[in-house]
Design a protein around this ligand. Structure first.
Ligand code: ZN
Length: 263
């Protein structure tokens, strides 16, 4: 099996790519539009092209490129349920959504309207990685400096994953996901005890963006518990902002719930 996954990191761009020499038994997987060997994607910040013996499954706005169809119907159902759940709390996204199965250990990645997820993650009892990558579809626009903290993409994606798990798999699964975040955060603290005192707005410039996956999501969990139902209005306020930074986030939290946070 030949496989190619490339990525380019820069600001947003449009791309048209012509792929040649693909053996007949292999299929091109791509997050954008595919017109035989001609690939088109707009407003992306990365390019991922995979060429492998993919099975292509299309259902509603979902398109899956998978290396085996085994267990994939369940994955598709869970993907739809997570999509419905995120849409119900954050607003619908009409765009197509593509999932590309990767070999193990490639790591999950989210691009514009698509995700790369490993086969085992796709078929897990609770496909948290899939829920996480899907949540990135609702990423707000952030200032470049704010982006360094990864708070508004990774912390939110992980906490939205927790909420999707609660919705689809129940309270117990939610609690164990949160507990796992706590354990992972404690493991990070063992390596970097100084991280405990830092605010999310300081993570970016100090290179502690990794905390967004654990502590960041736990901060959101905490906020959710404090403000209750208002949390969903805060989420919508963020998603619908033209641009987000920590000041704007604080202002939204205060406007919606009256709570003053130090973040
Ligand atoms: Zn992510």
């Amino acid at each position: 099996m030949k496989n190619l996954v490339k990525s380019v990191v820069s600001s947003e761009f449009n791309a048209e790519i012509e792929i040649g020499g693909v053996p007949e038994d292999l299929t091109i997987a791509f997050g954008g539009e595919i017109r035989s060997n001609h690939l088109i994607i707009e407003g992306t910040n990365r390019l991922d092209i995979a060429i492998a013996p993919f099975h292509v499954i299309e259902d509603e706005q979902f398109r899956l490129f998978v290396l085996s169809i085994k267990g994939i119907k369940r994955t598709l159902d869970l993907l739809k349920r997570a999509y419905e759940f995120y849409s119900s709390i954050l607003g619908k996204k009409t765009a197509k959504y593509t999932v590309i199965e990767t070999p193990e250990n490639y790591g999950g990645q989210a691009g514009k309207g698509y995700a790369l997820v490993s086969g085992s993650s796709l078929r897990r009892k609770i496909p948290a990685n899939l829920y996480h990558e899907l949540a990135h579809l609702w990423n707000p626009r952030v200032t470049p400096e704010t982006h360094l903290s990864r708070f508004f993409d990774e912390a939110f994606a992980n906490y939205l994953t927790a909420l999707a798990i609660r919705e689809i798999h129940g309270e117990e699964a939610f609690n164990s996901f949160i507990e796992n975040l706590r354990r992972n955060y404690e493991a990070v603290l063992k390596r970097f005890p100084e991280a405990e005192k830092l605010k999310p707005s300081e993570w970016g410039k100090l290179g502690f963006w990794e905390l967004s996956y654990t502590k960041g999501a736990l901060i959101l969990h905490d906020l959710h518990q404090k403000v209750g139902e208002d949390f969903y209005e805060i989420l919508r306020g963020i998603v619908n902002s033209s641009i987000i930074d920590f000041h704007r986030f604080k202002a939204i939290v205060e406007e919606v719930s009256g709570l003053v946070i130090d973040i």
